[in-house]
Design a protein around this ligand. Structure first.
Ligand SMILES: Nc1ncnc2c1ncn2[C@@H]1O[C@H](COP(=O)(O)OP(=O)(O)OP(=O)(O)O)[C@@H](O)[C@H]1O
Length: 225
């Protein structure tokens, strides 16, 4: 369970302060499918980054299944991310110096899984997202949709309980966007917590719960029946 209590984030640049989150109280149960919406600059990405342990609150608390993530140092945060969170972020999800195959293999190497088993898992994940023929390419040689699918393949092998996606269909054509959403929703159907940030109301409507934030505060929280 994800629990934020009065979570605040203030970015500082010299003496200037930029409040991004102004007291977020939020509980997301394990296995929920949530969309976070809001205007540009409202704090959506900041909130997602905090939930994923990529950034820390400046005030308030973040608990994940009773673990106090807001008190973790950078090493503990690294371990938290590795065990619990997969990111499907187009901008910085993939390592450009590695091939598609290697990008999907990296988390398995980190877990110490042996080579034969790694190969089986990587190929199976690439097949599931339909980019098995592109396994030798570098991410920069892929289309936006293919990059997203590669990031989803990595999320598949990581098998973490939480999957976070920031504008997963942002720069994709309609069909690639539909494919990416189907793959993400497949992860949710496996029981994972799926949280997506999106500008697109049509995409948000897929989720079981829509949270709207404005000026770093939750202004609406709607669950489907
Ligand atoms: N590193 C930073 N330093 C200073 N201010 C920042 C930083 N990152 C974000 N901000 C500010 O925090 C606020 C929230 O930013 P955030 O990226 O979370 O918004 P967002 O809702 O995801 O926006 P968008 O939809 O445009 O991506 C904005 O006012 C932004 O300018």
């Amino acid at each position: 369970m994800i629990q934020l209590k009065e979570a605040k984030k203030i970015y500082k640049n010299g003496r200037t302060e930029y409040p991004a989150l102004n007291g977020i109280d939020l509980t997301i149960e394990n296995g929920e499918y949530v969309a976070i919406i809001g205007t540009s600059g409202s704090g959506k990405s900041t909130l997602l980054n905090i939930i994923g342990g990529m950034d820390q609150t400046t005030d308030g608390q973040y608990l994940y299944d009773e673990k106090n993530v807001s008190k973790m140092n950078s090493h503990a945060l690294h371990l938290f991310r590795k065990e619990y969170v997969s990111f499907v972020f187009q901008r910085f999800a993939l390592l450009n110096q590695y091939s598609v195959y290697e990008n999907v293999e990296v988390p398995l190497l980190a877990k110490g899984i042996e080579k034969k088993e790694r190969k089986k898992k990587v190929l199976s994940a690439l097949m599931q997202v339909g980019i098995q023929d592109l396994y030798k390419k570098k991410p920069s040689e892929l289309s936006g949709g293919e990059q997203q699918r590669c990031a989803i393949a990595r999320a598949l092998v990581m098998d973490t309980p939480v999957v976070l996606a920031d504008e997963p269909t942002g720069s994709l054509d309609k069909n690639s966007g539909i494919k990416v959403m189907e793959l993400l929703e497949g992860l949710h159907e496996q029981g994972k917590t799926l949280i997506i940030v999106t500008h697109d109301m049509d995409i948000a409507e897929h989720a079981d719960r829509i949270i709207q934030i404005e000026d770093g505060k939750i202004v609406a929280d709607t669950k489907k029946n």
